[in-house]
Structures are given as structure tokens and as C-alpha cells.
Ligand binder design. Sequence first.
Ligand code: KG4
Ligand code: ZN
Length: 389
Amino acid sequence: MNILAIETSCDETSVAIVENGNTLHSLVVNSQIDIHAAFGGVIPEIAARSHIEVMIPVIEQGLQQADMTWSDIDAIAVTQGPGLLGSLLIGVVTARTLAWSLDKPLYPIHHILGHIYANWITKATPDALGEGKKQLVLPEKEPEFPVLALIVSGGHSQIMYGRSHTDWRVIGRTQDDAVGEAFDKVAKVLGLPYPGGPSLSKAAESGDPPKYKLPMPSVHTIDPGLADLRTETNYSPAPSTKIHLPKSSDTSYNFSFSGLKTAVLRAVQKEVGVAHDFPSFELAEKLNQTQIADFAASFQAKAVEYLVSKTAAAYHEFHPKTVIIGGGVAASQPLRQALSEAIPIPIEYAPHILCTDNAAMIGVVAHYASLTTGPSDPHSVEVKPSWPL
Ligand code: KG4
Ligand code: ZN
């Protein structure tokens, strides 16, 4: 079954054709980074307008790259939420119209499930990314359940545990900012260009991670999903010597990234000798290159340690067969390396283009939705800008 999937939840207009939930026939990602860079972040109205402009050409390119016509397409999938309202609307209205006018089943999909299922793509046709483009290096096999998933992006930071395609639960989530958002905001304080994650990572390469002491925020709220899972699996805490938790009393897998971000801001203010009310956008000009690199390295090291310690603790508690990672921050090399060192089973990583927002991951989830819940009525599918899992 070939599914044509559409993703427009934020600032990427993407279309993919995925067969049977694991084979990529085409993937087009039209990024708006250049448009938003001038503003230092995504402007929702501009994002929606840009989706309108490129939606139809991107769909046409998706079909062309796969060497397919509409008669080869069995179903339409689209990101229904969460995301920016105006951006989601463009994808959802397009998908509804296609499904209705071409009489094809429609699958509205949750964006975060998409980030998880990017890891199910194990095959791709040679020109899936376009003629003459680089071939994708994909995992050799699909993840085996139970699966522990760390989803880290600009909008989400969650640890999820899946026992089957229909049994996923969140066992930890950020209480405030997402980790990618923290990367982006810290990068702004340090005067590094948008998008902040990659530019902060680059600056950190020449920095000294232990230079600035930053706290590891302690969160004690237990996610209801974790409480349920512990009851269902007869949870008994592993010996504390075996798990590396940020604090021995911290047995929650929830995060707080706002605290870490503010800690960097305070440390920068202290370093340059200004008060707490000094405008944050004027701090960068008071820092030299060494200080910028050291702050970037100190923040990145702490954020990575925080994510890895919680994921490793969840691994040791629930002993999944597979650990996967998804979302834009999953592109981070230091995060990948630290996770591989902390977890005793090999981790297969999806290529960068499948970690950041893309439609292929939406096509995979739709395949499993077609086997379980079935399609939705194209007349009644509405966008869900806030949609908890
Ligand atoms: O998944 P994604 O493309 O969009 C959302 O759904 O949010 O993730 C984008 C986020 C941004 O915050 C970006 O700064 C971050 O991923 N990011 C990185 C890296 N590459 C992208 N963060 C840290 N290190 C990176 N190498
Ligand atoms: Zn995303």
C-alpha cells in the first residue's frame, strides 16, 4: 500500500510516499529556515503563507520523484497536530481535498508519533530524495517491541515506552520548554544564528564543557503514564548504584529545560558583570569568542547529560528490547554518542533528514493506522494545534 503523506506542522512543507510503512519512494522537504532566519525564529503567519505557496509544487515533486501518478496512491496521510494552527491548516485542508476528490482513505496523524516511527523506515528507492541526491543510510531492521523512545525537538521533549503499535505511553515529558527550544534560546543569548541547535553545537566544538557550572534541574512530578506502567509491570526500583539518576531522590523522567536556560542567562550576566534586568539581546556583544564557545559547550554538555541520564534510568527500569531517538535534537552528535555510551544495547539512528520534521514519518504511522483504527471522514477532520498524546 502506497501512502502519500503531508507534513506542515511548523516551518517545513514536506511530502513523502511510503509503501507498507517501511519503504520510502520519495521525500521532499521544503524548509523555510532562510525565510525565518532574519527574524531569529519562526513567524507563524509567514510560515502559513509559505506553505500555501509551495504545497502543490511539493506534492507534484513527491509524485515525480517516486515516478508515480495518483493511480499508484492508495491513501492520503496528514499531520493533524500538534503544531502551529495556520501551518497545520494548509496541510489538513489540502489532504482533505485530495482524499475527497480522488476518493482515497484519509489518515490524520499525531506529529510526535511520527518522530518515533521515522525509525521504522528501513528501505528507500535510489532516487527517493531526488535524482542525483545522496542515498539514505538507513537502519537495517525495524525496531522490536518493547521500545523506549526519546523524542527531542523544538516543540517536544518526551520519553515514551511502547509495548506494541497500539500501546504507547509517555513516561516523561518536559514541564516547560522543549530541549530544542532551550538550545534555540541559549543560542540567541550567545548571539549565535538561527536555528540555534546546530549553531550552538558548532560553537561548542571549541569550548570547554566544565568551564561554567550549571545546575541539573530536579523534577519530582511523576507522569501518570509512568505511574500506570510501574503498576502494570510490578515496578520495583533497581538498586540505586545501577542507575545513574541526576539525583538519588529523583525517580521521575520528567524534565525542566526552562531552569537550565535561565541558569545560562544568569551565568552570562554574572560573567559580564551586569544586573538581572539587563536586556538579554545585548549580552552577546559583551562576550568574546572563547566565552561564547565555553558557554555553548557547558550548556550542551549539561542538556545532553540530563537527557541521557533520564533515558538510561528508564532503560534500566523497564529493560526495553530497543532504544530509539527522534526529533530535530536527535541530530546532535554529542547526544548520540553519550546515549550510545550510557545504554548497553546498540542503538540504530535514523538519518538526519528523518530526525527533523518530514512527511515520511507521517506515512509510516498512517500505515499502522490503516491496520488498526482505520481511515477518517475527510469532511470532519479538523486541525489539533494542541494534542496531548
Ligand atoms: O523536529 P524538528 O525539526 O522540529 C520540531 O518539531 O520542533 O526540531 C527542530 C529543533 C530546533 O530546536 C533545532 O535547534 C534543534 O531541533 N536541532 C538541534 C540540532 N539540530 C537541530 N539541537 C541540537 N543539536 C543539533 N545538532
Ligand atoms: Zn517535529
